[in-house]
Design a binder for this molecule. Structure first.
Ligand SMILES: Nc1ncnc2c1ncn2[C@@H]1O[C@H](COP(=O)(O)OP(=O)(O)O)[C@@H](O)[C@H]1O
Ligand SMILES: [Mg+2]
Length: 346
């Protein structure tokens, strides 16, 4: 690696000055001792002692110190060729120290970032395996029971197979969510922008979730009759996912005979706000700030309601943020929750 060393003469200059002053003093004392009074000789002796010591000191510095500094530069540059070599290198100690300190600081930041990412990754893997374990063990349990003889029992065999099938459904559901969130977090969410009628889309999702809602005795409605279409701009399929996730939650965490109401209102000139309001169990205030984190759940115990993946709201947030829109949540325990997000009008 070609490194240009900028020379510094200050140290040699000062040292030579120091030496020559002392030597001059010495010469002068000696001359006085022998009663010589030759000022020309003294000047010659002084200047030559200065020059000789200057060159010797400078030589030694270049030989040893400069070489070592250069090696430090080389070593450090080996690690990160871009951060140091691009600039002029100096042998001035304070600059070098400052540069090394800056280098160490940068490295520390880099290491910290990597450490955080590593923790995040471990966390993610831990959560994934935890989420997959439960349904997998369920499937395994039923299959083993069937193999152990339950298969001959006409009364239970269908029931067990159905339960195993349900657990497989849940596995697939979790894997799909994982797949989606991984894509979203990798940042390669390509939005397909189009203009569409949000009312029609919501009706669509209502129909898809009707069975689920009827089973939980929850009715899905609009707050009023929307006769006119309301056109918005966004990625239709992704917004469908958002509405679906919010509605599924309102069904899952709603009370029996409850209602989920959706409204679409004008917000400001070019925005609409879509609200999904339920009168379900609500969310304790201390959980609200973390609600959109992936795998975050209010009820962490095993006996929670028919489980999701804990990814639903994380996915919702990612999609809304990719649209550069906002999502809000308000909730009161025992009264209900309202999730709302903005969209651009077409
Ligand atoms: N409408 C709602 N009413 C009450 N709690 C909710 C509602 N929506 C979400 N939550 C809470 O937020 C948590 C995270 O939701 P989500 O990310 O969709 O995960 P999941 O539904 O898979 O548990 C849920 O576990 C639930 O505790
Ligand atoms: Mg959910």
């Amino acid at each position: 690696m070609a490194i240009r060393l900028k020379k510094s003469y200050r140290f040699a200059f000062r040292t030579a000055l120091f030496i020559s002053v002392i030597l001059t003093l010495l010469f002068w004392l000696v001359m006085r001792f022998y009663n010589l009074n030759n000022w020309v000789l003294l000047v010659i002796l002084t200047s030559s002692s200065f020059l000789i010591s200057f060159f010797i000191v400078q030589q030694r510095i270049e030989r040893f110190i400069y070489r070592r500094i250069k090696r430090i530069y080389d070593d450090v540059s080996l690690l990160e060729s871009s951060s140091l070599t691009s600039r002029t290198i100096t042998t001035d100690m304070s600059t070098l120290t400052a540069e090394i300190e800056k280098f160490a600081q940068d490295k520390k930041i880099e290491i910290d970032t990597l450490r955080i990412r590593e923790e995040y990754r471990k966390d993610f893997l831990g959560n994934v395996s935890h989420e997959l374990k439960t349904p997998l063990f369920t499937v395994q349990g039923y299959l083993e029971t069937l193999l152990d003889g339950a298969i001959d029992d006409k009364n239970v065999r269908k029931k067990y197979l159905q339960r195993a099938n349900k657990a497989v459904d849940r596995l697939i559901y979790i894997v799909k969510d994982l797949d989606l969130i991984t894509k979203l977090e990798a940042g390669d969410m390509n939005l397909t922008w189009e203009e569409f009628d949000i009312i029609e889309l919501i009706k669509n999702v209502f129909e898809l979730l009707e069975m689920k809602a009827v089973k939980q005795k929850i009715s899905l409605t609009f707050d009023m009759d929307y006769v006119e279409p309301i056109f918005v701009r966004g990625d239709r399929e992704k917004i469908r996912q958002v509405i679906s996730n919010l509605l599924v939650n309102s069904i899952k965490y709603g009370y029996e005979n409850g209602t989920t109401e959706v409204s679409v209102e004008n917000l400001i000139q070019n925005k609409v706000i879509v609200r999904v309001t339920d009168n379900g169990e609500g969310i304790p205030e201390q959980h609200i700030p973390r609600l959109f984190e992936r795998f975050y759940r209010v009820d962490k115990s095993g006996n929670r309601k028919e489980g999701g993946s804990g990814l639903g709201l994380a996915i919702v947030k990612h999609i809304i943020e990719a649209h550069e829109e906002r999502i809000y949540v308000e909730s009161v325990v025992g009264v209900g929750s309202e999730f709302s997000f903005t969209l651009e009008k077409a």
